[in-house]
Design a protein around this ligand. Structure first.
Ligand code: ADP
Length: 684
């Protein structure tokens, strides 16, 4: 890891990448909800706008109809007024029935709305009358039936001194059809005296036809009574989805009526006019804006998704790192730790984040030193060392361990120095590896020395053999030369003999020791063969005794002479016996009291399967405690300063190669007993 490259980080070294991820996902859900609400609002607003526009349209149509009805009433009033003048003119003409009748005929030519004109005297006696050329005249009986009503009407008109209309009445015509007829009574007055009356019968149908076609096109015009009963109808309302109605009162003296205008209009389109167009335009602008917003948000979402992915990647990376990461702010508070760091020091992130000096993982005895170093770093005076700092941390359980720290300044995206980022490497394994490689090297050197010693021993034994043989033969020669029972000092001769015998004996023993050293060192055939158990024990005995004597221990051999031979490679089994014996002797070196090493061979107490012979090496040493037992056969495991830790693992390999087993047990009351089995030779 590069030590000094500043670490670029988010503005705040956010420890919870997972929390940020969660927030991003929750934000996405909330955003969808907001979008739903926004869309609903827009659609709602648009619907309201369209509804209002449509309402406005409907109102416009209604107003137009009202205007038409007003205009129609106006037209009718004018026409009726003019008619009154015409009738006045007719009444004012010379009172000659012939002449009146001619004048009336002329008038009827131009007034289709009239059915009949009558001139009556002051007592309502008929003077002249004329029917319209356009209509079938009213039957006489109808006129008679109407007479009383007309009388009352004319009396009232004469009293009031003005023209009065009679309420319209339905008159049947031939063919079952009928028409509404309304009669006008105009008193002809000379000062306050009534000289006569002019009666004019209107047909309401024709009255309606007087209206200009602009008002009746596509609309139905009708006279109705005040209670709504229809009297006359002209035209037909255009078919449409909706019928619009407007009515105005036509307050004719004596016969007030309603003029009703009905217009069927197609319902205004959804987008019928400028206002709606405006609304549409605005809506489109709004939709475009929404579209742009949506695109923007989609981009943001994409960016967020990428960010989330980057965060997830970062988190996965941090989690899988074996280097511990630790961030601190400018005040020295821990702001972030990764799982590797937590695993290293044994604290949870919650226990570490927010902690200031002294950090929980500082060994208390070194807290002062670390604090001073950190203060120096935080003050900005100490440059971050490129090669890292070796120091020691403490786990939560109190154990210390070596670490290597690379501390680098933490720079935000804005280029601000916001704290320090530390990469911490646990050096325990490395130290152990260094230690073991050093130990291996030492052992190698020791082995090399031993090999040299072996060679020297071989050479020495060769060289010493001859002088020893010479000493032995000179001793026996001298013994032979000593005359048995010769004169002189018999006592002296006896002592001399004893001395010579001792010399020969010691030379023989030295020869045997030398011989066994040579045998041990010499490369011998490794072919398996049948060997007597006693021979195996005897081969190592001189060397074992040599060591035993040095330690003040005694060696006991328990091998019955009648035991069968075993099938083995003698060199290797001898080496096993020698190793076990040497371990036993070394284990007894420190213990007080009796030190006894027993080498034994016997038939197992409960023979199972093929015939086996059991060898045992028992000591009265320290014995082994559980941790030692656990790793006993592990290569290079040793508790001795100069030990190699290879002996037992080699022994077990050798015995297993011979098809046997090597086991151990406490040797009561004190010490350890190692036992191994070998196959008996008569069944190879
Ligand atoms: P080394 O003898 O070089 O240490 P070994 O593999 O022979 O290697 O033995 C491993 C360890 O087992 C020894 O260091 C010692 O602690 C323990 N050990 C072996 N034999 C005995 C014994 N007879 N009594 C007590 N401890 C023993």
């Amino acid at each position: 890891m590069s030590a000094t490259a500043p670490v670029r980080a988010a503005a705040s070294p956010d420890p919870g990448s997972a929390a940020a991820l969660r927030r991003l996902r929750a934000g996405a859900g909330r955003r969808w909800l907001l979008w739903g609400v926004l869309s609903l609002t827009v659609v709602g607003l648009l619907a309201i706008a369209v509804w209002l526009a449509r309402g406005h349209e409907i109102e416009q149509v209604q107003r137009a109809l009202e205007r038409d009805s007003l205009e129609a009433v106006q037209v009718l009033r004018e026409r009726l007024g003019r008619n009154l003048q015409d009738l006045h003119g007719l009444g004012a003409a010379p009172a000659d029935p012939e002449a009146w009748s001619a004048g009336a005929a002329r008038l009827l030519e131009t007034h289709r709305e009239w059915l009949r004109l009558e001139w009556r005297g002051a007592a309502l006696e008929p003077r002249a009358a004329r029917d319209s050329p356009f209509h079938t005249p009213l039957p006489a009986e109808v006129r008679e039936a109407m007479a009383p009503e007309l009388q009352r009407l004319c009396q009232q008109a004469s009293v009031q001194g003005e023209a009065i209309y009679a309420p319209p009445s339905f008159v049947l015509r031939a063919g079952g059809l009928g028409r509404e007829v309304m009669t006008l009574c105009l008193p002809l007055q000379d000062g306050a005296r009534t000289q006569g009356f002019v009666l004019a019968s209107y047909t309401l149908d024709e009255l309606l036809r007087l209206l200009p076609t602009s008002l009746t096109r596509g609309q139905a015009v009708a006279f109705t009574e005040l209670d709504g009963t229809r009297l006359a109808l002209h035209g037909a309302a255009r078919r449409g989805a909706r019928l619009f109605v407007a009515q105005q009162t036509l307050d004719l003296p004596g016969a007030p009526m309603l003029l009703r205008l009905e217009g069927g209009r197609p319902l205004p389109d959804v987008f019928p006019n400028v206002l709606t167009a405006l609304v549409t335009l605005l809506s489109m602008a709004l939709l475009t804006a929404l579209g742009l917003l949506a695109r923007d948000i989609r981009r943001r979402q994409q960016a967020e998704a990428e960010l989330a992915e980057a965060l997830a990647f970062r988190k996965a990376m941090e989690d899988s790192l074996i280097t511990g990461l630790r961030a601190r702010d400018l005040q020295g508070r821990i702001t972030y730790v990764n799982p590797a760091f937590c695993a290293m020091v044994g604290y949870t992130p919650q226990e570490l984040i927010g902690q200031s000096t002294p950090a929980p993982y500082w060994p208390p005895e070194r807290a002062h030193e670390y604090g001073a170093r950190q203060a120096l770093r935080l003050s900005g005076q100490a440059a971050a060392p490129r090669e890292g700092v070796e120091t020691e941390f403490m786990r939560k359980d109190g154990t210390h361990f070596p670490v290597l720290i690379f501390e680098t300044p933490l720079i935000t995206a804005q280029g601000q120095h916001s704290g320090w980022m530390g990469a911490v490497v646990d050096m325990t394994a490395q130290r152990r590896a260094e230690e073991s490689s050093r130990a291996s090297l030492e052992r190698l050197q020791a082995s090399a020395r031993l090999a040299t010693v072996g060679e020297m021993a071989s050479l020495m034994s060769h060289e010493l053999n001859q002088p020893l043989a010479a000493i032995a033969s000179y001793a026996s020669g001298s013994l032979n030369l000593l005359p048995a029972g010769a004169g002189g000092d018999a006592a002296t001769a006896r002592e001399l003999r004893t001395a010579l015998e001792r010399i020969a004996e010691q030379a023989g023993r030295a020869g045997r020791v030398i011989h066994s050293v040579r045998e041990l060192v010499r490369q011998r055939s490794t072919a398996p063969q049948a060997v007597a158990p006693r021979a195996l024990v005897d081969a190592v005995l001189p060397l074992v005794q040599l060591q035993a004597r040095k330690l003040g221990a005694s060696v006991r051999v328990q091998v019955a002479p009648e035991l069968p031979a075993v099938w083995c490679e003698p060199t290797m089994i001898e080496q096993v016996l020698l190793n076990l014996a040497r371990n036993g002797l070394q284990a007894m070196a420190e213990v007080p009291g009796e030190r006894l090493l027993t080498l034994q061979a016997r038939l197992p107490t409960a023979p199972a399967g093929p015939a086996l012979l059991e060898f045992g090496v028992a000591d009265t040493g320290t014995g082994m405690d559980a941790p030692v037992v656990e790793r006993l056969f592990t290569p290079f495991f040793t508790t001795k300063p100069e030990g190699m830790g290879l002996g037992l693992s080699l022994c077990r390999t050798v015995i297993e190669q011979h098809g046997g087993t090597l086991v151990h047990a406490p040797n009561l009351p004190r010490g350890t007993l190692f036992r191994f089995t070998l196959a008996v030779a008569d069944a190879p």
